[in-house]
Design a protein around this ligand. Sequence first.
Ligand code: ADP
Ligand code: MG
Length: 300
Amino acid sequence: MKIGILSRGPNLYSTRRLKEAAIERGHEARVVDYARLYMNITSHRPAVIFRGEKLDFDAVIPRIGTSYTFYGTAVVRQFEIMGVFPANESQAITRARDKLRSLQLLAREGVGLPVTGFAHSTKDIEGLLNIVGGAPLVIKLLEGTQGIGVVLAETNPAAESVIEAFRGLDANILVQEFIKEAGGTDIRCLVVGGRVVASMMRRAEPGEFRSNLHRGGSAEMIRITPEERSTAVRAARIMGLNIAGVDILRSNHGPLVMEVNTTPGLEGIEKATNLDIAGMIIAFLEKNTKRGRTRTRGRG
Ligand code: ADP
Ligand code: MG
């Protein structure tokens, strides 16, 4: 197969590993910077072009950065229209990148979530705080990632000031019950093609509640419960993602999904588990790649 890896960073661990795994399994693999691609929007011969060269792949693996979601998903959509099989579809990526939308969709299907409130106006902060049972609580910037923009407010007055400050900057936020019993840990489940293929527990640095590896957290391999496994698989399916990193908090009342990532990093989980996740993603493509076989065919 000809596999295109849509990534801005050819030297990033995940990008390198995916290319390596594809070649190892006998495929042609090429890393392309999706921000440099341009397209012709036509019904006859839609194309994706790089420096005058029309690209043609059997499958693409989108590794779209969060600040490039808009253009990156347009590129993936164009490939879909051309019949190229995407590891994750453009529409699923767009859907999952919107935290509020994701939580609403997961809640609708009965997936366990931390109690979450959101509001546009700061007129009724008290009401918002009541939804999640008051402090301690977690305030999150909707556009945040890698733990940046996630704040633990220990008291209601602290929560009010932070909410007012964020809203004063016109930032969108959500307010969430603080799952204290998780003790600064969370579980990252890597879902590939409807199966959890690897999982790790991430532990925050002492004095920190955010377990993100980018925030100095550490990771170790972990055995998950059947309930955690089915929660992760369901969450990925509801978001329409073939490849997903599902983050779960262990609460007193069972697994709670915190977020579903469309472009999970491979370094932390491959090193924690010693598993060839990149190879599993390529194997998924081998099994599923077929011309025009997308749920949406680039629609919407
Ligand atoms: P980001 O998208 O920036 O990674 P997350 O929602 O994943 O934001 O939050 C970052 C980290 O903060 C999580 O990995 C987790 O350790 C901690 N965290 C987030 N929400 C909660 C919560 N409701 N209760 C306890 N810890 C939380
Ligand atoms: Mg996270």
